[in-house]
Design a protein around this ligand. Structure first.
Ligand code: GLU
Length: 516
């Protein structure tokens, strides 16, 4: 049977990393096995419905490159793919009617207040909370008919069999067993006639011929209810695959503090989609060899649900940044230029950096500063493309995100060098610095360009002539004079990129600072 998997988000909010991983595993599995990847929108909870959420899911997944064979945006043989539309089309009604008719579901007429009292009673008496039958599970047909005739609102609940074992075989967790007496009777149809997630999702998994359900571990506790529903209809359940929970690298619940954020924000931060996919795939799954950096094709080829781990998967932002750096370094000069241009032109990039970070991670750069640096870079790519190209190529070796190009390249373009206090203190105390800068200026004067080799010859020649055995006292003050910083790309390369005129201008400013 061909694999059919579904990603079934509830459109209540933004797309975060856990849901992205589920979507990705579905995508990898379907594509590996020549199967179908289906997007189903589970929007029956109208109180939590967020109209922008579905668009956010679709556009983010498109950005990442996760495509669907069927879904509300592409259609397909099992349409409609939004549960609210399926409800309108009357798809669910025959199924709940069937369960009522055979006594596998029942109407319950408790008011919200009565349910509240029941819960309080259970809590006070340290009993399991939930609806285990109340007044209605075994009510006589006459009593039910009477309540209905009186127009009392009701819900329809699943009659979980009592005194039995409920068993499922989960691919990740193995055999799971529940004592059915601990499983409460879930609502299948709400008082307003809307199906709940439990009902709509299972009916749809059956009708859409889903073979494997990949979803987060938080759904394990619902699995016995789902199994009972499949049994009630006499349907074969899909294979359940509960993917491990994701935690931060300190082992605690994943949060913003660990760098987890809206997936779209990773794009704005300058994370490329390929390393993001690669990174997310490896949270809780491994290909079984030492390979870490993988292309999408390699991921598809290597992916197997048998290699999902049961222990929590760790979200390690440093690893994501490292993988992203590897991907940036692998770009050809043309691709680098195009990637950075597209990144800077993307309205989402500016929007993200224009908004102050409400919960900044300690040590993270200030958004307003990053925005200004990115704007400077963008302007330079238009006004001084030759210099910008050289700057990007030099910094390509060092940055870990596209956003970091802004800060890394900023010294190339500014009118004035921004000196780091500690760099000046450390290297501008050298007595020879002023003379050295003047000698360089003399050597550069009248030239329109200098090669990397010329610069190397000039600096090393000066050191030799002036009796410096080590290059440090020559190289470091020069770097500070030209960039304001103690670290950066290769000195001779950046000198050549700046060119004689700009270098001379900066050396003059540095001499002023030495005199001050
Ligand atoms: N609609 C559920 C969610 O938002 C899907 C759970 C499932 O995959 O069964 O996570």
């Amino acid at each position: 049977m061909p694999v059919r998997v579904r990603f079934a988000p509830s459109p209540t909010g933004l797309l975060h990393v856990g849901a992205l991983r589920t979507a990705l595993y579905n995508f990898l599995m379907a594509n590996r096995d020549g199967g179908q990847n289906i997007l189903r929108i589970e929007d029956t909870d109208r109180t939590r419905y967020n109209p922008e959420s579905e668009a956010e899911f679709i556009s983010t997944l498109k950005w990442i490159g996760i495509e669907f064979h069927e879904g509300p945006h592409v259609g397909g043989p099992k349409a409609p793919y939004r549960q609210s539309e399926r409800k309108e089309a009357g798809i669910y009604e025959p199924y709940w009617r069937q369960l009522l008719a055979v006594g596998k579901a029942y109407r319950a007429f408790e008011t919200p207040q009565e349910l509240d009292e029941m819960r309080q009673f259970q809590q006070i008496n340290k009993m399991p909370t939930g609806y285990f039958g109340g007044e209605w599970r075994d009510a006589s047909p006459e009593k039910v008919a009477e309540a209905e005739a009186a127009g009392k609102p009701s819900v329809i609940r699943l009659k979980i069999p009592r005194g039995e074992k409920i068993v499922i075989d989960d691919v990740v967790r193995g055999r799971l067993e529940w004592d059915s007496d601990t499983v409460d009777d879930p609502v299948l149809i709400k008082a307003d006639g809307m199906p709940t997630y439990h009902f709509a999702a299972m009916v749809d998994d059956h009708l859409m011929e889903i073979t494997h359900v990949l979803r987060g571990e938080e759904w394990v506790s619902s699995a016995p209810k789902h199994k009972v529903l499949f049994d009630a209809f006499g349907w074969t359940p899909p294979v359940w695959v509960h993917c491990p929970v994701i935690v931060g690298n300190d082992g605690k619940k994943l949060s913003k503090r660990h760098g987890a954020t809206r997936v779209l924000d990773y794009g704005a931060m300058g994370i490329l989609r390929e390393p993001l996919k690669n990174f997310v795939a490896l949270i809780g799954w491994a290909p079984g060899n030492d390979q870490e950096v993988m292309t999408q094709e390699e991921l598809i080829h290597a992916f197997s649900i048998d290699r999902l781990q049961a222990s929590p998967g760790r979200f390690d932002l440093d690893k994501l940044r490292w993988m992203n750096g590897v991907a940036i370094r692998a770009l050809s000069p043309e691709d680098l230029w195009d990637t950075v241009s597209a990144y800077l032109a993307d309205p989402w990039t500016k929007k993200y950096w224009s908004t102050p970070d409400p919960e900044p991670i300690p040590g993270a750069p200030d958004h307003a500063v990053v925005l200004a640096e990115l704007e400077t870079l963008q302007k330079a790519m238009t006004d001084q493309p030759d210099l910008a190209r050289k700057a990007l190529l030099l910094e390509q070796e060092r940055v870990l995100t596209l956003a970091e190009f802004g800060a890394a390249c900023s010294f190339f373009f500014g009118e004035e060098v921004k000196f780091e206090e500690k760099a000046v203190q450390k290297w501008f105390g050298e007595a020879h610095a002023g003379k050295m800068f003047s000698d360089f200026q003399a050597e550069l004067s009248g030239r329109s360009e200098v090669s990397v080799e010329d610069c190397e010859r000039m600096v090393k020649g000066w050191a030799e002539l002036n009796g410096f055995e080590k290059l440090g006292p020559v190289v470091h003050p020069t770097r500070v004079a030209l960039t304001g910083k103690t670290v950066g790309p290769g000195l001779f390369e950046l000198m050549s990129a700046l060119g004689p005129h700009e270098m001379s201008r900066r050396l003059s400013a540095a001499k002023e600072l030495l005199r001050a």
